[in-house]
Design a binder for this molecule. Sequence first.
Ligand code: RI2
Length: 315
Amino acid sequence: MVHPEVARVADDIASMETRGAATIADAVADALATQAREGDAADPEAFRAGMRTAARRLYDTRPTAVSLPNALRYVLNGMEGGSVEALRRSVVERATAFREDLDRAQSRLGEIGAGRLRDGDTVMTHCHSTDAMAVMEAAVADGKSLSAVVKETRPRNQGHITAEVLADLGVDVTLVVDNAAHRYLDEVDHVLVGADAVAADGSVVNKVGTSGLAVSARDRGVPIVVAAGTIKLDPATLTGRAVEIEQRDESEVIDPETRADIGDIAVANPAFDVTPPRHVDAIVTERGQFPPESVVTLMRELYGEADEPWREPSQ
Ligand code: RI2
């Protein structure tokens, strides 16, 4: 019932072949369109059931980036029509609109965030965020000359992607190990990170290491800017639900042989952590930049209640 392309997209998200909150949202919207276009449902009921199954398969891949359920909500809640053909059309249109909006939102966010950066500034980054890169790109397009101190971001070293993207933009890049961040904060003007989810109280869930970096940045008086399109706002947190932090395989941290040599130890690999709003200066979205405590207003306006349209109606 689930189209093989949906299964492939889901596997790629789980293995992080496809990664980054916005990229994941784009991929799941596209996968739902494929399910709608090429699925074999014979009647409207079967079509809706097939879409829900495909959405659940995508939903079950990674638990933290809220852009994933927000993308599923957007597409499934726009599914309407009395025939398979009409339903199919509505899903494809909705998925296309979602992906176009996502693109536009990221460019707009970039322009807004670029206003914070001055010619000659140095920015410290953590992990790889396309929203944060949009800010850097827009600032460079404005003619600003920028430098970056890029944290490698263990265990998966997504900082290498950031280093490559920024070098291609013409930014002067210095790659450092994560432990060197505090040492370099004296030389930077901004810490710029992305987000996988933003909670109703303004807490920012991002790649593990962000919260420690934010504490260090506070200590050194460096502002912490979070680039996060509104797709990162988690409406489930409006009722107090905590964002689930993904625990990934220990083999990302240490290879089995080295682990065996060390002896009887446990290995933990949380992918994300939570930075409290008091350590964040601004959340830059495509709707403007906000002090973290005020994103709740935007969250209510855009999402209201967090439904789960991928569940069976009786569930
Ligand atoms: P954009 C990434 O998670 C990073 O934590 C990054 O800051 C965040 O997604 C947002 O990325 P992962 O998928 O949506 O690498 O800004 O675990 O691209």
